[in-house]
Design a protein around this ligand. Sequence first.
Ligand code: PMT
Length: 400
Amino acid sequence: MKKIVVAITGSIAAYKSAHLVRLFKKSGCDVRIVMTQSAKEFITPMTMQALSGNAVVDNILDPAHEMGMGHIELSRWADAIVIAPCSANMLAKLANGIADDLVSAMCLASPKKMHIAPSMNRFMWDNPMAQANVQKLLASNLYLMIDPGSGEQACGEVGQGRMAEPEAIHDRVLADLMPKHLPLLGKKIVITGGPTREAIDPVRYISNHSSGKMACSLADAFAEQGADVTLVLGPCEAKPKLPMNIVSVESAQNMLDAVLVNIDNATVFLGAAAVADYRVANIADEKMKKTDDQDGLTLSFVKNPDVLATVAALPKKPFVVGFAAETQNVIEYAIKKLNAKKLDLICANDVSQGKVFGQDENSIVIIDTNNEKIELPRSTKQDQAKKIVNLVINKLGLEK
Ligand code: PMT
């Protein structure tokens, strides 16, 4: 029997928690309820007690619970903790390690990952502060986000912020508790992502618009299938959601060095980084000065090492997947790169008109060595990443 703590915070969606508890009970779970003071303004502890069959706890200093240490006892008892609904206020508390009520104290004391189902007005959800809190919680690797849905809100506005439906929360929490067959368990995967920066002088560099989003989505999609992922990441904001080995690099040469240190025994190498093809030949030791007698400036470049081609040429080469970012003749150039770099697969990316760099969505054509093409219509980079990973699993004969 799975032991679930449902933590309810102050939001109109608290009424949906009653249904969530019923679903967990129907699935044979033992459910305990923790409520904040404001949650009790939306739904009564009596209702939640009747549905869960257990006394509701709401007081951090309750002498009836293990000498006032209910937060510790609860977090140890639970197989899963789900905060549903999680208000903007609770999101902020959790993101900042505040523990001034039973729900936040229990979460801070929990050694296990917890599920959060946020619920709030659409402007609150879109607020940069709330979004920063979400990112902080995800980056901590202690929380799993069950994103709010879009639609009409209790306040009458329309947008994202409605708590996910109880069925979706129930299914996700129980699915995460089930042992899974993960086809890439124990397999080492190395991915490059983000841009590189090629120095001009100590304060200037040449780079590109890669945000690292595609690479982070791929890294998460491989990790979800059990892989042991090393992500060699150029300077960018994006970070993967799942725990993995992240190696931060700057230049193409740094990226190659980091890849070669990590590539031994890798099953797959995937080059999603936008690596500079050339670097400045002579990096100035001091900041270059503007001069009155010179209207222009010429820089000389030398070719960078090709990370992808270097890995594909290794004697014990992994399965190698490349990307081709092109603004014209996309398929033709991608096939040339597939052959010239001796890759196993290439993902052809039409990056014209700002369609891909930094965007959340993408469309890709995957081409293999038999010239077979799979078109992935425009969808989120997470979705594209899952499809690429499934294809790699299939090519490796490691079907789920
Ligand atoms: O980061 P995002 O904003 O999410 O955008 C994603 C992306 C567009 C950066 C990504 O999907 C992508 O297409 N990455 C490859 C970009 C690129 O530089 O492509 P290319 O056609 O120049 O290079 C071909 C392949 O060789 C790529 O796999 C590249 O990583 C690799 N390469 C290139 C040059 C070099 N010196 N070393 C390399 O390994």
